[in-house]
Design a binder for this molecule. Structure first.
Ligand code: SF4
Ligand code: SF4
Length: 133
């Protein structure tokens, strides 16, 4: 798989751009509805993808080797699904042929999040049902 094919696997859901809280004792990760300051909430795209690693220290840098270390990836994430031997869902843009299908199917965070530029304490923004993130 070349770099472009690898990048195309991302369905654009934006879930990995949400801030998360980790329980220090149990290691449990809980999603919040607070998005990274660089995320465009209208398009759910990174406004500075090229320089994201430099601008946001904890921005996700996925590769075929490190996916298992990101155990908190959502169950819908194409990288996680393929790593678990699952198929892409019908709403994945590579299957639907439509870049917006991830939004139309309600899988993405579009319309469900706030920017960290406006949010307050992350504890006030816990995702309602972490199971369905
Ligand atoms: S969770 Fe996975 S599919 Fe969704 S935006 Fe992040 S890397 Fe892409
Ligand atoms: S820097 Fe861009 S890709 Fe990284 S978390 Fe923020 S919005 Fe997402």
């Amino acid at each position: 798989m070349n770099k472009d094919e690898w990048e195309a696997l991302c369905d654009g859901c934006g879930k990995c751009c949400l801030h998360k809280l980790e329980d220090k004792d149990t290691g449990e990760v809980k999603y919040t509805s607070v998005a990274c300051r660089l995320l465009d909430l209208k398009t759910i795209t990174c406004t500075n993808y090229k320089n994201r690693a430099r601008l946001v220290a904890d921005c996700l840098q996925l590769s075929p080797d490190n996916i298992p270390t990101f155990h908190w990836l959502p169950g819908t994430c194409a990288y996680r699904r393929l790593a678990e031997g699952k198929k892409l869902e019908p709403w994945h843009p590579l299957i639907s042929g439509n870049r917006n299908s991830v939004h139309e199917a309600g899988i993405s965070i579009k319309g469900k999040c706030v920017s960290e530029r406006e949010a307050g304490d992350l504890h006030d923004y816990l995702w309602p049902d972490n199971q369905d993130i």
